[in-house]
Design a protein. Structure first.
Length: 196
């Protein structure tokens, strides 16, 4: 009997032994946004510490951000990743590739504008915002950051904007209407009606 057959096969065997939570965590996308080195001056000289910002997402509409500080880089990244996993939010996506509507957000001096984009546009975003959309699973989006370029404030402003994203289904349910009433007629339907 071969070794693989004896201990449960290959990847599938190991995947079967994992709990659903472990399986979910293994599918997460982790993006390191930045590491900052800080120095504290003490009697014997300088003591260095590190601060890390990490974005975590499942590439299916969930994303979170975390910040961690420690004396060593790996420990700071681990702390930031743990915090990001705990603070994940769900964002409704249209066709699984873009936002449902344009939205803006702000935090401190950071202001961002996020716009839905047609297929094939790609992620037009700079720095920390790009990491958020890659972890979120967005494929087409156009963004603009106005004001500060501080990564902490840009990320918080982006999360503020994403928190205000709603799907037509959620709006229809809240108003007691059908989704077609909320969306109205599409441009293609109007052209067909005019041709008839």
């Amino acid at each position: 009997m071969a070794r693989n057959e004896r201990d449960g096969g290959s990847e599938r065997g190991r995947d079967r032994d994992r709990t659903p939570r472990e399986r979910e965590e293994s599918e997460l996308v982790e993006k390191l946004v930045g590491i900052n080195r800080v120095a504290k001056v003490v009697k014997g000289g300088r003591r260095f510490g590190f601060a890390a910002i990490v974005v975590v997402g499942d590439a299916k509409g969930r994303v979170g951000v975390g910040a961690g500080k420690a004396r060593e880089v790996p420990e700071a990244i681990r702390k930031a990743t743990d915090q990001a996993k705990r603070s994940m939010i769900r964002v409704p996506l249209r066709e699984g590739r873009t936002l449902h509507h344009d939205v803006s957000g702000h935090f401190g001096a950071g202001r961002v504008v996020l716009r839905a984009a047609p297929a094939g546009t790609g992620i037009i975003a700079g720095g920390p915002m790009r990491a958020i959309f890659e972890a979120l699973g967005v494929q087409d989006v156009v963004t603009k950051s106005v004001g500060t370029s501080n990564p902490h404030n840009m990320i918080k402003a982006t999360f503020d904007a994403l928190a205000h994203c709603v799907s037509p289904r959620a709006v229809a349910a809240r108003r007691g209407r059908r989704v077609s009433d909320i969306l109205g007629k599409r441009e293609g339907d109007v052209k067909e009606g005019a041709a008839a």
